[in-house]
Design a protein around this ligand. Structure first.
Ligand code: GLN
Ligand code: ZN
Length: 769
């Protein structure tokens, strides 16, 4: 029986990579310094995994920015606009890499970044490979070889990890008509084979090819591609042991494809697809083969301690059918989605020992995997580790910290009318037009303004106790007033208070709701250097007191313009938290929806006329399989409506979503019935709007006119072009002008320049109609 790991968090236990990357981009450190930090993290990760006692340790799971981008660079899938950055010198690879990741605007260059989108249904973002009809692939980056060698020098024979060729192609995008990206497989495979051959020649025994596409709805062609890919790999490399991983769901109708692959081991996710296990164990072809089955028993995406009894049950089932030698034990997915180390949580006031004892982070999960392997071959009932584990599981199940009867009762008593605004949108729109007196093409921003070091320092000092709450509030108020004056001067129509008091759009609310706990160091990578520290929803949720009213009311009192109230929606709070696994997500999200509803009503009472409830995570919450969408969308839309419907018609409810592809869910977006929705569109050149046009989306829309994920300042002209494109499909009276998303990750100079251009564009447009 082998224990192994699919991937380890890469930002470093203290976010060392984030800090080094940002310093490198700001030209404060050089590439050697950056690479030194990266190497140190890799070494520490290998060391940690080796010390845990794992049999197989991954390499190439590390990435400076994103592993899909790494794969594009490996295969030379470099879009044309970056070709001027290829100059054959390996020390330039990094410039090219970051240009693809982040865009580049310097030394006369002005190139946009690649598109970014969510990795399956997680909150991790990858850079979308771009493919053309005559796409050529050629080996470009040798990162995987270098990292394998690096580990080898440290005395660790790793299992290199790669995004599998079929998943890689399916995650990409066709940039021109007339071909299907899966048809590129035969062009791409020689690159994989060449890499694998080199790894094998350098001593690799196992490789891991991640094919999470195996849990998606696949076409027959995709399924054939999988068979063909692994048949070709096997033919070229008869001896290399190939592990193909599936994760994030059950195999369902892809089971036969998965079990027929000519490989040495197949990994399945038993936290999000338990039904796969009995199916595979009943599959005679698989059972009669010599293939190993890797059981993903430890949840790679949540922070709860594993229930050993349950996991050992799965392992036992598998061992009975396959024998010990053919069973592998692992986390369900890469631990990229877990925080690093629970032992770094030392502050008992933040995370009480009782709740902490219910949890396991990446480092602890390794231990769980290794312990499960040990327990699997002994009489576990008397084992100390098993007993302690079961005590923790029991304690969590019955803890009075978790169960609040009032919160449960409120959800039970929700009525149909609680989901309905007073009147339908056309009536509300007329009332709002009269009351709010907004011009044509009203301009706004999405909420946050740059979080400068100063602002962060204020919060840090408040936390440390070196700044009194009074002084803190005075300083934040000063920031708010400054930003209001600045927005007024710019000529923005609906202002925001800037979210200076918020660390993070979910954490801020979680800190003010009951049923949540926080970690001090539980960072998880979201994209590139961006990390989030998801709250942990451990119990029933209630709102003890107002969360944002004070700040919004202060801002509104300090401007004659409208200032938007700014809230995070229930689905996003759910989606971006570590959630309970002891009740359906629907119950949790309704509890949160009711808490947000109370806040919305109180904002209205405090004189706030425009309230935004951000739901950037609705789309990513979609189940990976279409068959499960309807059920999810119903409760997600209901949770939003529950949060929004408590106000009068004249109060304008906004929502905001980023990175969304709307085609499939436009009906549900419309059913949310927000008066205004602002969305991400600029990276896709307004392509996303087609969905809204087709559907005749009735409510108001602000399609983002520039990409805030890049420091690049858009020109007036390019925003006018986008707006004119939007006007072709959206009635003028419904069109808003705004950036793609919040501006907290930007610096002030580029923010000012970009918004100035945006307002100029809006003005020109107004004059032209
Ligand atoms: N209001 C939030 C902000 O501006 C929205 C961020 C988001 O959608 N991710 O930061
Ligand atoms: Zn956004």
């Amino acid at each position: 029986m082998l224990s192994h790991n699919l991937g380890y968090p890469r930002v470093g236990s203290h976010r060392e990579l984030k800090k080094a990357s940002e310093q490198f981009w700001a030209r404060k450190i050089d590439r050697e310094e950056l690479q030194k930090t990266a190497r140190k993290i890799r070494h520490q990760n290998w060391e940690t995994q080796k010390n845990a006692g794992l049999d197989l340790i991954p390499s190439n799971d590390f990435s400076l920015y994103d592993h899909v981008l790494d794969t594009s660079l490996m295969a030379g899938a470099i879009p044309e606009r970056y070709h001027q950055l290829i100059d054959g010198k390996s020390n330039r690879e990094l410039d090219l890499y970051y240009a693809m990741a982040r865009g580049v605007q310097r030394d006369g260059l002005d190139i946009k970044a690649m598109e970014m989108t969510k990795w399956f249904d997680t909150n991790y973002h990858y850079l979308v490979p771009e493919f053309t009809k005559n796409q050529k692939f050629s080996r470009y980056s040798d990162k995987i070889i270098l990292e394998f060698e690096d580990a080898l020098h440290k005395g660790i024979l790793t299992k290199p990890v790669l995004v599998g060729p079929v998943t890689y192609l399916l995650l990409g995008k066709e940039k021109e008509a007339g071909f299907e990206r899966i048809d590129l497989l035969d062009n791409l495979l020689p690159i994989y084979i060449s890499i694998l051959k080199e790894l094998a020649s350098r001593g690799a025994e196992w490789v891991q090819l991640d094919e999470p596409a195996l849990v998606l709805d696949l076409s027959d062609k995709d399924k054939l591609a999988l068979r063909s890919a692994y048949a070709q790999i096997r033919e070229a490399l008869p001896k290399l042991k190939v592990l193909v991983t599936s994760y994030f769901g059950a195999l369902e109708d892809n089971l036969a494809t998965a079990t027929s692959l000519n490989i040495d081991a197949l990994h399945i996710d038993l936290t999000r697809g338990v039904e796969t296990l009995p199916q595979i164990l009943a599959d005679q072809d698989f059972v009669n083969s010599t293939k190993k089955l890797s059981l993903g028993v430890v949840d790679g995406r949540n922070i709860w301690k594993n229930d050993f009894k349950k996991s050992l049950g799965f392992i036992k089932n598998a061992v009975e059918v396959l024998g010990e030698n053919r069973v592998m034990i692992a986390p369900s997915s890469s631990l990229l989605h877990s925080p690093h180390d629970l032992e770094l949580e030392k502050n008992e006031a933040v995370l009480t020992p009782e709740i902490k004892n219910w949890m396991a982070f990446a480092k602890q999960k390794l231990q769980e995997v290794v312990t499960l392997k040990r327990l699997a071959t002994i009489n576990w009932n008397d084992d100390q580790a098993f007993i302690a584990n079961q005590q923790a599981v029991e304690n969590r199940r019955n803890s009075p910290l978790i169960h609040k009867s009032a919160a449960k009762a409120r959800v039970q008593n929700v009525k149909e009318s609680d989901f309905e605004r007073q009147n339908a949108f056309p009536i509300r729109q007329a009332i709002q037009l009269e009351k709010l007196k907004l011009p044509l093409f009203p301009s706004t921003t999405i909420g946050s303004f740059p979080q400068t070091d100063d602002v962060r320092q204020l919060r840090a000092n408040l936390k440390k106790g070196t700044l009194s709450i009074e002084d803190y509030e005075t300083r934040i108020k000063k920031e708010i007033v400054n930003s209001l004056r600045w927005q007024e001067k710019l000529g923005i129509d609906v202002l925001v208070h800037g979210e200076f008091e918020r660390n993070d759009m979910v954490e801020y609310f979680g800190e003010r709701l009951s049923g949540f706990v926080f970690t001090q160091n539980g960072w998880v990578q979201s994209y590139g250097s961006r990390c989030v520290k998801p709250p942990v929803i451990f119990g029933d949720v209630e709102r003890p007191e107002a969360m944002t009213v004070k700040w919004s009311a202060f801002a509104q009192a300090n401007s004659d313009k409208l200032v938007k109230g700014m809230l995070t929606g229930p689905v996003t709070i759910l989606q971006w938290s570590f959630v309970r696994d002891d009740q359906p997500r629907k119950d949790t999200v309704f509890q949160i929806g009711l808490a947000i509803r109370d806040e919305v009503v109180e904002l209205e009472k405090a004189g706030i006329k425009v309230i935004q409830i951000d739901e950037p995570a609705i789309r990513e919450g979609l189940p990976l399989r279409k068959s499960a969408w309807k059920n999810y969308l119903k409760w997600a839309v209901d949770a939003f409506r529950l949060s929004a419907a408590g106000v009068a018609d004249q109060t304008q409810i906004h929502t905001h979503m980023c990175y969304s592809e709307f085609n499939d869910i436009i009906g549900s977006i419309a059913a949310m019935d927000a008066d205004v929705i602002t969305i991400e569109t600029s990276r896709s050149q307004m392509e996303l709007l087609d969905a809204f046009a087709h559907f005749n989306y009735p409510n108001e829309i602000g399609p983002g006119v520039y990409d805030i994920h890049s420091p690049r300042v858009p020109t007036v002209d390019e925003m006018i072009v986008l707006l004119e494109k939007a006007l072709k499909v959206i009635p003028a009276r419904n069109l808003w002008v705004n950036p793609d998303c919040g501006l907290k990750t930007r610096k002030w100079p580029e923010t000012e320049a970009a918004l100035q251009n945006m307002i100029t564009a809006a003005n020109i447009l107004r004059e032209s109609v």
